[in-house]
Design a protein around this ligand. Structure first.
Ligand SMILES: NC(=O)c1ccc[n+]([C@@H]2O[C@H](COP(=O)([O-])OP(=O)(O)OC[C@H]3O[C@@H](n4cnc5c(N)ncnc54)[C@H](OP(=O)(O)O)[C@@H]3O)[C@@H](O)[C@H]2O)c1
Length: 250
């Protein structure tokens, strides 16, 4: 029998095969949530599930591309069959390809829109009824947390043109559903990180963190913020958390 502040809850996390999503899966599972991990790399998902289970947690995974609406719907159907609800949805999957507009590959722009915007819409749309069904089951509230970015509040660099546009879109969508879902006791929050060390920032050829902005955050710093949001007492709804490395000025 799971113990912890999230015991009895079911959490679905997109982009859980690495980085912030993986760290969030560990953080929520440690507090007793059964975590359902979504991403495309099934080998990486299996390794995260194994690690969580070795640590005494409960985890499942589904290989899915969040840009594929019908595949996402199928996954949510499977979650419905197994659990009948989602207490916590973390929209975290994302893609970044920064660069000057004059040199941009249109395919990169489209991919950022597909993953960062359409992926969030596909997942939220398919999960919404399961999220509302969770209210009153284990807790009197349910949570939707979306990982946006500092780039969803401003345009932090000249090269973050389309990435910033996608994260602004997600910020607006999140605020709209927050207002709509208040009446249903669903808390909707955003986490807006500055630079985080992850495959997105260190593994990509198209983007390297700016060394003048100090040491980056680590994925666990953001997982910690997500954990804070979903473990607040039921009368507290955290709308947004902005987190920068201490030396990041922009
Ligand atoms: N790193 C930063 O500095 C930073 C700053 C602010 C915000 N963020 C945001 O944080 C989130 C997580 O990024 P991260 O830094 O942890 O990078 P990451 O390690 O590259 O994680 C990205 C995750 O998204 C998944 N993903 C990408 N495309 C997908 C698709 N089409 N379908 C399903 N899953 C997909 C990846 O899994 P698969 O490849 O296995 O599908 C991976 O698990 C993103 O939304 C990002 O925009 C990052």
């Amino acid at each position: 029998m799971a113990t912890g502040r999230l015991a009895g809850t079911v959490a679905v996390i997109t982009g859980a095969s690495s980085g912030i999503g993986e760290a969030t899966a560990h953080a929520l599972a440690r507090e007793g949530s059964t975590v359902v991990l979504l991403a495309r790399r099934s080998d990486r998902l299996a390794a995260v599930v194994d690690a969580i289970e070795s640590d005494g947690g409960q985890a499942r995974s589904h290989q899915v591309d969040v840009t594929d609406a019908s595949a996402v719907t199928e996954v949510m159907r499977a979650v419905d069959e197994e659990f009948g609800r989602i207490d916590i949805l973390v929209n975290n999957a994302g893609y970044l390809a920064n660069g000057p507009a004059l040199e941009a590959d249109l395919g990169d722009w489209q991919r950022m829109v597909d993953v960062n915007v359409t992926g969030v819409l596909n997942t939220t749309h398919a999960a919404l009824s399961l999220v509302t069904q969770a209210v009153g089951h284990t807790r009197g509230v349910a949570d939707i947390v979306t990982v946006s970015s500092l780039a969803g509040r401003r345009v932090p660099t000249l090269e973050s043109n389309v990435y910033s546009a996608t994260k602004h879109a997600v910020t607006a969508f999140s605020e709209a559903i927050r207002r709509e879902l208040v009446a249903k006791h669903v808390r909707v929050g955003l986490v807006e990180p500055g630079i985080v060390r992850s495959e997105m920032t260190t593994g990509g050829e198209k983007y390297a963190p700016d060394a003048t902005q100090g040491d980056p955050l680590v994925a666990e710093d953001i997982a910690d913020a997500i954990l804070y949001i979903v473990t607040r007492p039921e009368h507290v709804a955290v709308g947004e958390i902005v987190i920068r490395p201490s030396e990041q000025e922009r």
